[in-house]
Write a protein that binds this ligand. Structure first.
Ligand SMILES: [Zn+2]
Length: 489
């Protein structure tokens, strides 16, 4: 390249990027106008999105097709818009408990439904692109809020065998389109970090490998440039929270397979964000990312992005924990040890998977200085011991409500025994665990995989209790917002 041409290219890519960032900021600020207000958390179902899809049939911008049914007979939809020559295929929620991008797609449908807003961007996208979207590939999994489909097959390991109707549908649409670009939309665990940055990997990208050699084929290179472009835009909003998913080739996965067949596939994984378990902020970031991506494909602005941007994205690592209790003193015989305690929560589905409670486990004990917590508590100077079970027997809820909590914790208890056959539920909002009918009673231990029920003292006075991983300041028990566990159900 001649020096003057090179300079011109650099200048041009700078101007394009400045424009794209400005568009992203405009979309960020106007998001509430387009957000689909009926989707409020991650556990929406197929029956919640069907009326939203039906509504699109009345809008001239959209074409809605039923393209097949799931194992349990739920309709799977393909929504199309735009009339351009470049084809873009987006599919979301092939894993039933990964709905963040699905909600963002409905926000995006609202964006394209509104007549007056952003006519230039919309016209640009819709005249240059033909966009095809399957918003919920795995509706049966969504119903149970589980990864796999209803016969426990992971759809993203079924592209070769295509045993499931859901995988067949996805593959058929792909084969009929041979799209230029694909967006493979997922959620990933909260424990992923952006390298060793102490930040969650809130958005992770990958241009999947087309083979075991991880060859850099033209479609893959195109996807890498597009990702580099998106990362540059997202750095405006979530700097330090972007990572790269493992590029190990998985022949049974859709993204890898579609890359091999010639589509520039962008894998997008929504991870964790501090203070956002329901991922509503990350849903907004998805909305921005998808619209920015479509815009950049429409203008071909992504093509000026240097591959080094993709290469410099930090890897997904696993250095996040839900809670870290730091610098506690543990006494054993005449010795004292300084430890951190790392805690992770599992979500347990209840109420037909419309809701959940949290069940904590101790993840690790010792020097956890390389990890970061979504919440961290500095407890230096405090001692820790396992919470005990009070052996007095309670008979009903009234008696539990009368327990003096300060006295309970000061005596070292985090668990009580309830003799009651009619008690319902696997969890409670009492700030102590309940052991039913003295079943499942055992001494608490501070070790990995045990439940974190702890008593924390300063100068020999009980200051804090930890019940099912939730820290309670005993002078402010009324601030408790966690849930405890009912054992022996
Ligand atoms: Zn997934």
């Amino acid at each position: 390249m001649k020096k003057s041409t090179l300079l011109f290219t650099i200048l041009l890519s700078g101007i394009i990027m400045a424009q794209e960032k400005q568009i992203a900021w405009d979309l960020y600020h106007s998001y509430e106008n387009f957000k689909e207000k009926t989707l409020t958390n991650r556990r929406f179902k197929h029956s919640d999105i069907v009326p939203l899809i039906e509504r699109l049939k009345n809008n001239k911008n959209f074409k809605v097709d039923k393209i097949g049914i799931s194992v349990e007979g739920r309709d799977i939809y393909l929504i199309s818009l735009g009339s351009g020559k470049t084809k873009v295929f987006l599919w979301s929620q092939m894993h039933g408990d990964e709905p963040t991008a699905t909600a963002a797609l409905f926000d995006m449908f609202n964006f394209f439904s509104a007549d007056s807003a952003y006519p230039e961007i919309k016209n640009l996208i819709l005249s240059n692109l033909s966009i095809y979207i399957i918003p919920m590939v795995n509706p049966d999994g969504a119903e149970e809020f589980q990864r796999r489909n209803i016969v426990e097959i992971d759809l993203n390991r079924d592209v070769l065998q295509q045993q499931t109707p859901e995988a067949q549908i996805l593959k058929n649409v792909f084969d009929s389109l041979k799209a230029d670009f694909g967006f493979n939309l997922h959620d990933q665990g909260r424990d992923y970090s952006a390298g060793n940055s102490f930040n969650p990997a809130s958005i992770s990208f990958l241009a999947p490998s087309p083979d075991y050699k991880k060859s850099l084929t033209p479609p893959r290179e195109k996807a890498m440039k597009l990702i580099g472009n998106l990362v540059t835009i997202l750095n405006e909003f979530i700097p330090g929270h972007i990572a790269k998913y493992s590029d190990d080739y998985e022949p049974r996965a859709f993204g890898d397979n579609f890359t091999k067949l010639g589509t520039g596939v962008v894998l997008l994984e929504s991870g964790g964000w501090r203070g956002d378990r329901e991922k509503q902020f990350l849903r907004k970031i998805n909305y921005l990312t998808l619209l920015s991506g479509l815009n950049s494909i429409a203008t071909e602005g992504y093509a000026t992005t240097d591959l080094s941007v993709y290469e410099s994205i930090p890897q997904n690592e696993k250095f996040m924990m839900d809670v870290i209790l730091k610098d506690l003193r543990l006494k054993k015989d005449n010795n004292e040890y300084v430890i951190d305690i790392g805690i992770n929560f599992d979500e347990v589905n209840v109420n037909d998977a419309k809701d959940f409670y949290l069940k904590a486990d101790i993840e690790d004990v010792g020097d956890l200085s390389v990890f970061a917590g979504y919440e961290e508590f500095d407890l230096s100077g405090c001692t820790v011991e396992p919470g005990k079970t009070k052996l007095e027997i309670y008979h009903n809820i009234d008696e539990l409500e009368k327990i003096n909590l300060t006295q309970l914790f000061k005596a070292g208890y985090t668990n009580v025994i309830l003799q009651n056959d009619s008690f319902q539920g696997e969890y409670s909002h009492f700030p102590f665990n309940i052991i039913l009918n003295n079943k499942a009673f055992r001494e608490g231990k501070i070790k990995p995989e045990e439940s974190p029920n702890l008593i924390i003292k300063k100068n020999n006075e009980v200051k804090f209790a930890v019940v099912n991983g939730f820290l309670i300041e005993i002078e402010k028990v009324e601030d408790w917002h966690g849930n405890s566990i009912v054992y022996g159900k």
